[in-house]
Design a protein around this ligand. Structure first.
Ligand code: FAD
Length: 483
């Protein structure tokens, strides 16, 4: 039963201030500005403190939501930090990028008749408070003499590394790029997730004794077998960074990008600071982004900020099926991004010099739900039309990059290229190799990757501490779901 609070006495859900849409469409500063202390307290006071909190069951890592909100409302900020970080090691990031509306907030009992508690905004507030105060490094145990190597430094790898370091392991991260952080650094733009926040998490890991080696492409420099001869355990968290294309005519024209390329140039290689940073990103006046997930929203909003006059999201389903976070769609609309729903590209048009000049599309209608559970888009014959464009960006989803699998014949993979791993332990079919995050699930979410990193770290610890012989692959193994 929830505590007695009448609706009349309850304040309305507190809005989070944001930069003016006209202004922010031309800069890369953070869009959402965060709660002020009085707003956070007001929002926290809306929580009913349910005895059986549904919000916790909606969170993929079961964050102790009512407890952190209670501590916050009692001005016990370190208590709030402790309750929050018990299950979520990256709250400043999750508070900004988690799809709360389909996870914890959709379960909030208040949402049945009123607006749900703004759990994500409160999470962000507590995490930002902690960062401003200075993150406290826990007392670390003596090193236990065992060594674990983590491949990839996205949320899965960072979480596994932090958990294992706190348990006394010597942990080394190997990262292919020159900067650690995975998608948090190279994909999600500064205006949604400022990079100093990600950097603070990486610096914190270093205070735990984690070593990070960048510019190390596993599969090229070392094989998994070689790493297994040097370390007690290997965790694979290399994500799903290989972009997919539509395979339609014209995809080779200049001016066609994958979203990954344009986002990496813009974010990781600081193309938005050109010419101060030597990374040109050419988008032209009219840009079409194909797809409607978070990646598509980021590519569209970056294009606007890079100077495009007109940016379209071209999506073959309707507004109801858009997979991006609600807040990103709302912000994109406010900034003037144009949504072309029920529209599917069938050809990219170009000129004799090889540059994109437009997109040929066909209108779609929705049929019965397909395997994804969403209604299947069906082309309407004779409805073809053309849209003039200077740039086309494909944001259609990604797969794991196969480089890391060089000579790893024991690793079982699905037909989608993802690694088969046991959901409860993160074990792959290759002994002493664990995996988690997008490399297992396909493109998913930050919090699910983080949760998988934590599951694997717990199992690595259990495995490396057991005596005698035990079967490697659990009998009741449940193959991880494939996206
Ligand atoms: C543009 C964009 C926006 C997104 N927005 C959101 C959002 O708003 N909310 C949300 O929840 N999720 C979002 N996601 C999804 C989320 O970021 C991912 O699900 C998550 O980052 C996956 O984490 P990971 O640790 O598995 O992999 P990644 O974050 O992909 O990290 C993998 C790391 O491994 C490295 N690596 C790859 N191969 C090798 C190799 N051979 N050797 C060494 N290192 C290697 C990569 O360079 C990378 O640094 C977004 C994704 C993108 C691309």
């Amino acid at each position: 039963m929830a505590k007695e609070t009448t609706k009349a006495a309850r304040p309305a859900r507190q809005e989070m201030p944001a930069q003016d849409p006209q202004e922010r469409a031309h800069n890369f500063y953070e869009v959402a500005l965060g709660y002020r202390p009085e707003t956070a307290l007001l929002e926290a006071s809306r929580c009913l403190q349910c005895k059986k909190p549904q919000c916790v069951s909606g969170c993929p890592v079961s964050v102790r939501i009512p407890e952190f909100i209670k501590a916050l409302s009692e001005d016990n900020m370190w208590g709030a930090v402790e309750a929050l970080k018990d299950k979520n090691s990256l709250p400043a990031i999750c508070g900004r990028v988690c799809p709360q509306e389909s996870q914890c907030e959709i379960q909030c009992i208040l949402g049945k008749k009123d607006q749900p508690v703004a759990i994500g905004r409160l999470e962000r507030y507590v995490a930002d408070w902690e960062r401003a105060e200075g993150m406290r490094t826990p007392t670390l145990p003596e090193k236990n003499g065992k060594r674990v190597v983590i491949i990839g430094s996205g949320p899965a790898g960072l979480t596994a590394a932090g958990d294992l370091a706190k348990l006394g392991y010597k942990v080394e991260i190997l990262e292919a790029l020159h900067t650690p952080g995975g998608v948090l650094m190279y994909g999600i733009p500064e205006f949604r997730l400022p990079k100093d926040i990600v950097q603070a998490e990486i610096d914190y890991l270093k205070t735990l004794g984690v070593t990070i080696r960048t510019d190390v492409v596993v599969g090229k420099l070392y094989t998994l077998e070689e790493l297994l001869s040097q370390y007690d355990a290997v965790f694979l968290g290399t994500g799903a960074g290989l972009p997919m294309f539509l395979s339609i005519p014209g995809e080779n024209y200049m001016g066609v990008y994958s979203a990954n390329e344009i986002l990496t140039r813009t974010n990781l290689m600081k193309g938005y600071l050109f010419p101060k940073w030597d990374t040109p990103v050419k988008v032209g006046n009219r840009v079409a982004v194909v797809g409607a997930g978070n990646v598509a929203m980021d590519a569209a909003r970056c294009s606007l900020r890079l100077g495009a006059q007109e940016v379209h999201i071209v999506y073959r389903r309707s507004a109801a099926e858009v997979p991006a976070r609600a807040e990103e769609v709302h912000h994109a609309e406010e900034e003037g991004i144009i949504f072309d729903f029920l529209t599917n590209p069938i050809e990219i048009l170009g000129n004799q010099e090889g540059w994109v000049t437009g997109l040929r599309c066909i209108k779609m209608e929705l049929g019965e739900p397909d395997a994804s559970g969403r209604r299947r888009p069906i082309p309407i014959q004779g409805s073809e039309f053309e849209m003039p464009m200077d740039t086309v960006i494909m944001a259609l989803g990604t797969q794991p990059n196969p480089l890391v699998f060089t000579d790893a014949t024991q690793l079982e993979r699905t037909r989608h290229g993802t690694v088969v791993a046991d959901e409860k332990s993160g074990r792959t079919k290759m002994p002493r190799v664990w995996a988690g995050g997008d490399i297992v699930t396909g493109a998913a979410t930050v919090i699910s990757a983080m949760g998988a990193g934590r599951v694997a770290a717990t199992d690595i610890d259990a495995y490396l501490h057991q005596d005698g012989d035990h079967p490697w692959w659990p009998d009741d193994a449940v193959q991880a779901k494939v996206s």
